[in-house]
Design a binder for this molecule. Structure first.
Ligand code: AMP
Ligand code: MG
Length: 589
């Protein structure tokens, strides 16, 4: 221990290495090699001018012949080169994420630069970037909507980091593109704060997601009719810089299959692009037992994934999607707009609009006012919608003759299996059970729905229950007192009966109460990004105080830690939080 500490302290925190070259007005280019405090390896730390760009998307795929942003149908192309056009007036860096800066090797000192907000809003071009908007389509609320595309997101290119990872950097809200249709290509501060904070919150909850590097206020106003009720209002504008290994969606493939045969080869080109860059392991599959499967269909008995890389690919996408949605169920997350253009082929949570975490458990909760009539995208429907979306994606690949019907059916089967497997594991861990117990979990969820119990706080508190079968009935609910509020005699009996079965199950596990508490608290977050917390940060930011956005960012970076002093952020929503615009939003952002 002593020797290790000495070796670590032997070197200064950082040393500078001269690499030659340099940005305009600077004679030398310095790259800091930093001994990361939480990383063992040395990390390159660069200035924005020295980010290492690559542009495989525009290099390997066909693009639009035009580069203006006039709204139009873009045929025979996967993207249109278009530059950010957002106008700014003294833009401010509202917040930025240290771990995302690290993904790009970006020196933290860069965030102190006066001109950084210009780069990260898109007002000043980033040296080395080749900006483009992606062409995609999608099913919106179950109906084919035709071409959609990046209407207000502009990708600057891919950044290669010192770990040889490739990260796309994209500005959302940076101006019109050919895909903006009738809209302005801009984003408001309110929805940008929500996307910025939630992408980071999801990552730290262990859920795959696009990330957010920065949030910049543009200093200009944007007009929005927040409730689509004929009352437009001016709101502060903002740009989020998003980071993901790829922003390809199911709709990126659907659009080309929906067009004349001439564009069908683009589906294959895009599939090859995705496999080569993001699923390279699929190219090296060998025939092992795990890759041949019996399907449920009697005439199609065997699917061999080693004989068709596209079949292996779609199966992996189906499984990643299933696993993602199972994790959403685990933390009570509802996406709100699960259209196929918002489904990442990497199985990432993408495009945060009117999302919401459950407060009181309600399987029918939808955070999206546009979704209210049918509640297509409500919490409990998400697993089925994921499958519906996978079905659209497999139809696209079948249209392009990349997979056949039995492979498509197999991908959907695997979606179902993977979802159930992951869901059972997640729920078993949330309850700290020795094994999955369907009746016990179902009974719990129905009790929670009846009594509108807070989803997050209930599971966090559940780890205080002791596996002691001798506890008298009247004392059984004591550890859950803070989360079972306002329940009458009858409901107390229902909960006592459930707790008896639960304690009985726990007592058979042989795991100590302390051990179980530790493992349950590692999967049941104390802090989630409740909509009312976001709203408080938004209200402050809209009058120029960004402190609460920054505090919330720090809070959601450690959702499973107790964080003494921060307990107020685990409180139930106040009454004002139930008004539309806080707990429920439209797509207008
Ligand atoms: P979303 O619901 O945010 O996933 O967006 C659906 C489609 O509408 C995508 O093609 C977006 O690019 C586009 N879109 C949404 N808001 C705007 C906007 N303010 N300007 C241009 N396009 C937009
Ligand atoms: Mg979208």
């Amino acid at each position: 221990m002593g020797v290790l500490l000495m070796v670590r302290n032997l070197y200064p925190k950082s040393v500078s290495v001269y690499l030659g070259g340099g940005r305009k007005g600077k004679s030398k280019r310095w790259v800091r090699m930093e001994k990361g405090s939480n990383r063992d390896s040395e990390r390159r730390r660069v200035e924005v001018e020295d980010l290492k760009w690559d542009h495989t998307f525009v290099r390997e795929l066909p693009g639009d012949t035009r580069s203006d942003s006039y709204p139009r149908e873009v045929l025979h192309a996967c993207y249109s080169k278009v530059s950010p056009s957002v106008e700014v007036d003294n833009p401010q860096l509202v917040a930025w994420s240290e771990p995302v800066a690290d993904l790009l090797d970006l020196d933290h000192k860069e965030f102190g630069r006066a001109d950084l907000a210009l780069f990260l809003s898109g007002a000043s071009p980033l040296p080395g970037a080749i900006p483009y908007a992606q062409c995609y389509g999608g099913h919106q609320f179950g109906m084919w909507a035709g071409q959609l595309g990046d209407g207000r997101a502009i990708t600057l290119g891919e950044i290669l980091n010192s770990n040889s990872q490739r990260w796309e950097l994209q500005l959302k809200g940076s101006g019109k593109t050919p895909y903006s249709r009738f809209a302005d290509g801009l984003a408001v501060l309110r929805s940008s704060i929500r996307e910025f904070l939630c992408s980071e919150a999801m990552h730290h909850l262990g859920i795959p997601t696009t990330r957010a590097l920065s949030l910049v206020s543009t200093g200009n106003l944007v007009t929005r009719d927040m409730f689509y009720d004929g009352n437009p209002k001016e709101e502060p504008g903002a740009v989020v810089s998003r980071v993901a290994q790829s922003f390809l969606r199911f709709g990126s493939y659907q659009i080309h299959a929906s067009r004349a045969d001439q564009d069908l080869p683009l589906v294959t080109l895009l599939a090859d692009y995705a496999i080569n860059h993001h699923f390279p392991h699929i190219l090296n599959l060998t025939n092992t037992q795990t890759l041949s499967f019996c399907t449920a269909h009697p005439h199609h008995s065997l699917v061999d994934l080693t004989s068709n890389k596209y079949a292996a690919w779609v199966v992996e996408i189906a499984e990643r999607t299933a696993s993602l949605i199972a994790r959403w169920q685990g933390v009570g997350f509802t996406h709100g707009v699960l259209n196929t253009d918002n489904m990442s082929i990497l199985g990432l949570t993408i495009d945060y609009g009117p999302f919401g975490f459950l407060d009181a458990f309600d399987p029918k909760f939808t955070p999206n006012t546009t979704d209210l009539p049918g509640r297509r995208y409500c919490f409990a429907n998400q697993p089925d919608i994921g499958l519906w979306n996978i079905a659209q994606f497999t139809t696209t690949l079948q249209a392009a003759h990349l997979i056949d019907e039995k492979e498509a059916n197999y991908a959907m089967e695997r979606y179902g299996t993977r979802f159930m497997d992951d869901y059972q594991v997640i729920m078993t861990k949330k309850l700290g059970l020795p094994k999955y117990n369907k009746p016990l979990i179902n009974k719990l969820l129905s009790n929670m729905a009846v009594d509108k119990v807070d989803y997050t706080n209930f599971f966090r508190t559940l780890s205080n229950v002791k596996a002691d079968t001798s506890i008298p009935d009247e004392e059984m609910l004591v550890p859950l007192k803070s989360v079972l509020l306002d329940i009458g005699k009858e409901r107390k009996e229902a909960w006592t009966s459930w707790l008896k079965s639960y304690i009985h199950e726990l007592s058979s596990s042989g795991i100590s109460d302390d051990e179980r508490k530790i493992s349950m608290d590692l999967v049941n977050p104390k802090y989630i990004l409740r909509n009312y917390l976001c709203q408080t940060a938004i209200d402050a930011a809209e009058i120029g105080d960004f402190g609460e956005v920054r505090r919330l960012l720090k809070l959601v970076e450690r959702p499973f830690d107790d964080q003494p002093g921060m307990e107020k952020y685990a409180r139930l929503p106040p009454a004002w939080a139930y008004r539309p615009g806080v707990c429920m939003l439209s797509c207008s952002s």
